[in-house]
Design a protein around this ligand. Sequence first.
Ligand SMILES: *Cc1c(COP(=O)(O)O)cnc(C)c1O
Length: 369
Amino acid sequence: MPRPIEALIHVPAIAHNLARARHLAPDSKVWAVVKANAYGHGIANTFEAVRSADGIALLDFAEAKLLRELGWRGPILLLEGCFEPRDLELCSRLKLWHTVHCEQQIDWLAMHKTHEPHRVFLKLNSGMNRLGFGPQAFRAAWTRLNALPQVDEISLMTHFSDADAQRLGQCGIAEQLSVFEKVAADLPGERSLSNSAATLRHNSRVRSDWVRAGIMTYGGVPDFPEHDQAFWDLRPAMTLRSKIIAVQHLQPGDTVGYGSSFTAERPMRIGVVACGYADGYPRHCPSGTPVLVDGKRSGTVGRVSMDMLAVDLSGLPQTGFGSEVTLWGQGPKGALLSIDEVALAGKTIGYELMCALAPRVPVTVQHAD
Ligand SMILES: *Cc1c(COP(=O)(O)O)cnc(C)c1O
């Protein structure tokens, strides 16, 4: 028998979550963001659901090529644009729309020989200071692009740093939104502003022809724990599950795992699960991190090791050797454990856990609920 760990990818959950994005932003088109191999879910695994989006956004040329090979003819947007001049040839060949965020990318376009002009998304740095032209340089960049025969359509985009939370007592996007609105006011072209958090929290405030639905596509909640999956009506697209492969009976004073970080205070039964940090489970999750054993909530015990972790079986007399353990996602009997909750315990975010699913974990794609 193979090691019992596996990841399930729930295609209907992704379709549901994209429908939620559409419902929340009824006047916008929806980019499904599938960078980082669809946030760890797999581009090919998720394609059947992702194709319900209006466009697909990512940043890796190999992933863009894969989407074309899968038969996607719709828009593809490269969120970081080109990394070197010859990338433009691939953009021409695969018909990729690309972000333009710096002068070098305009220089390359100006030298590029193409039969068909390109659609570009000109990026404003409205305050996050990651990618984009600053407010002073933005209009000159637009004018330069607009004069190039290599470019036929210029859309405008920016990215919010704090759409998931308040910032300086404001709603989180107020300052950046006003910078964008001022700079872009009379420029023509479609707009793309909102990520998942802005789509969920601020859609009434933002006019965005295209929203960029990343984490919400996979059922992750960008503003957890303020809100949860039920609040936003999102469904988890990834389940990580395994089984108990050994049971230990502890006496008071007995310890568990490396570093003996957990000491039993009473007699207890623990299960050893075939899942560790080499599978993508976060090593920093402390004792008490939530898990489901046969669909019932329990917690981890002691340190996470490379291939195993332990869970408390106290109060779960029906469980034992061979019991199913859900590390996150959809458990048996309708039970749910949100990846955001596990991430919070490990002082990280659901995004990181999804992306860190290890290649050694076998993946099963579920096409029906
Ligand atoms: C990753 C990314 C997104 C998606 O963000 P989520 O928080 O996952 O919705 C949107 N826009 C850009 C530019 C990105 O890099």
